[in-house]
Design a protein around this ligand. Sequence first.
Ligand code: NDP
Ligand code: OXD
Length: 308
Amino acid sequence: MALLFFSEDDDPVAWSAALRARLPDLDIRIWPVIGSPDEIEAALVWLPPPGLLASLPRLRAIFSLGAGVDAMLRDPTLPDLPLCRMVDPSLTATMAEYVLACVLWYHRQFDLYARQQAERRWKLYLPAPAVATRVGVMGLGVLGSATATALAAHGFSVRGWSRTQRDVAGVACFAGAAGLEAFLAGSDILVCLLPLTPDTEDLLDAALLGRLPEGARLIQVGRGRQLVEADLLAALDAGRLAHATLDVVREEPLPPAHPFWTHPRIRLTPHAASYCQPATGAASVAENIRRLRDGRPLLHVVDRRRGY
Ligand code: NDP
Ligand code: OXD
């Protein structure tokens, strides 16, 4: 079986080595040197150009190098084959670490102190205990539940929101439209870890941000298209929101003239919150290749009707 590898962000050499360590006979074709397209039966990809997967006549399964598959699902030519998303301990651990770091930064008022430094002001605010900071995590899936658990372990008061009711130890769980208002009302720091679907596109708008407590902070690590950017700017400029950390934006890379670059209450990272290490990620891909060869059910198959 030949596997196509396509990614402009991931290291094909490291991935090939990690996969061959588990499947020594695997024939890996790294784009654009793919040989005969009709020999390729599986594809391991991140942001493949639309039409690439449809050009492989004997393709049987698609493995995503990322957890979110929204970009692939937007390709109208995407073959109707099992699409498996990435579930990997390093992706999960780095996301929990990133969000914990951001929450700690807000909890210890580093955003306030950064503004004070710019004004040459020296004023102490006594630190509050972690339990006094209420963090709301939108999305309680693989990444959201691990992140909420890490925040709770640090002592924060954590709540989570999902489509269906979840049960995460140490986390107050809310679900669906009925639970959203109460969830938001108790989120001093809102973390978005939702997949991008028709239901979550533009979800973070003026109405939603207006339901957060006055002076709340936002950590956006889901997908850029979930946030109405003009509504965030309005909420920050009106003082309704105190600050936002954005790892994902509607257009990546962020265009040079975009107001986010210089906004004093926005901190940006370049879609860097979490990363799947080949050394660990290859284990789940190799397992799925074994299952594909043996005709067994694949792991982490996306439900295309739900969009995640
Ligand atoms: P999962 O599929 O495991 O979890 C998704 C969660 O979102 C579930 O709890 C689901 O609810 C909830 N959800 C989905 N739709 C809705 C909705 N309409 N209303 C309420 N809740 C909803 O995904 P992961 O945790 O693995 O990944 C989440 C997202 O994180 C990815 O799709 C990607 O966009 C983003 N991501 C960002 C990265 C970065 O570096 N910035 C890196 C990796 C991922 P339910 O439990 O009921 O199904
Ligand atoms: C992902 C990402 O979805 O890195 O894995 O955004």
